[in-house]
Design a protein around this ligand. Structure first.
Ligand code: ZN
Length: 210
């Protein structure tokens, strides 16, 4: 109860009850970017997607969010969260979070708290449909096509496509390895994801008009 009481004092501009009831996947971060709250939908989604309770317990209250973000995207997310905190501006961001069978995209909306004490991060589902209904070409999990001389399969940590051997510029969707990771997987980042999330992530959106 003590933790909840403190959170209610911190979260200014939202009712905790609203966040608790929401079907959106929501968590809150303190000014130091530590997790200070997550809602029941967040917990439900984590469990439905294979996270076990022991893993979830690791992300209990006051864990830095940086620990929950893969290495490759840490800088991107932390800078964006800090910018939202510093400017008081809402940060909107779309991302894909598909499984082998389901194509899914989310809209993430980061709201700075009115007292400047932290952020509310809302993940709202935008699109959810069977992968078979999309035009994404699925490739078979063949080591001959994807196991490199290094002895590893290179899988992008973001889009989860794997790099072809015959043409290293080609990254294919291989659902079997999304479902069950190949034991010799090297987590890397494909060139397109690299440009957006790493190389040019600091360039601000500035529409050029018509
Ligand atoms: Zn990628």
């Amino acid at each position: 109860m003590k933790i909840k009481h403190n959170i209610e004092n911190l979260i200014v501009g939202f009712d905790l009850e609203t966040l608790d009831k929401s079907k959106d996947i929501i968590y809150a971060l303190s000014k130091k970017l530590n997790i200070i709250y997550f809602n029941p939908s967040w917990l439900k989604f984590a469990i439905e997607n294979g996270a076990d309770l022991d893993a979830i317990k690791k992300y209990t209250i006051d864990t830095p969010i940086s620990k929950a973000i893969p290495n490759i995207f840490r800088k991107f997310y932390l800078e964006k969260f800090k910018e939202s905190l510093a400017t008081g501006k809402v940060w909107r961001f779309d991302y894909e979070c598909s499984s082998a069978e389901t194509f899914r995209t989310f809209n993430q909306i980061t709201y700075p708290l009115k007292n400047g004490e932290g952020l509310i991060v809302v993940n709202r589902i935008r699109v959810e449909m069977p992968m078979s209904k999309t035009n994404r070409i699925s490739k078979k999990a063949l080591e001959n096509s994807y196991l490199h001389d290094t002895g590893f399969i290179n899988q992008c940590s973001n889009c989860r496509c794997v790099q072809s051997i015959s043409d290293p510029e080609v990254w294919d969707w291989v659902p079997d390895w999304v479902k069950d990771m190949h034991p010799k997987t090297s987590h890397t980042i494909c060139p397109v994801c690299y440009d957006y999330y790493w190389k040019y992530y600091k360039i601000k959106f500035s529409p050029s008009g018509f």
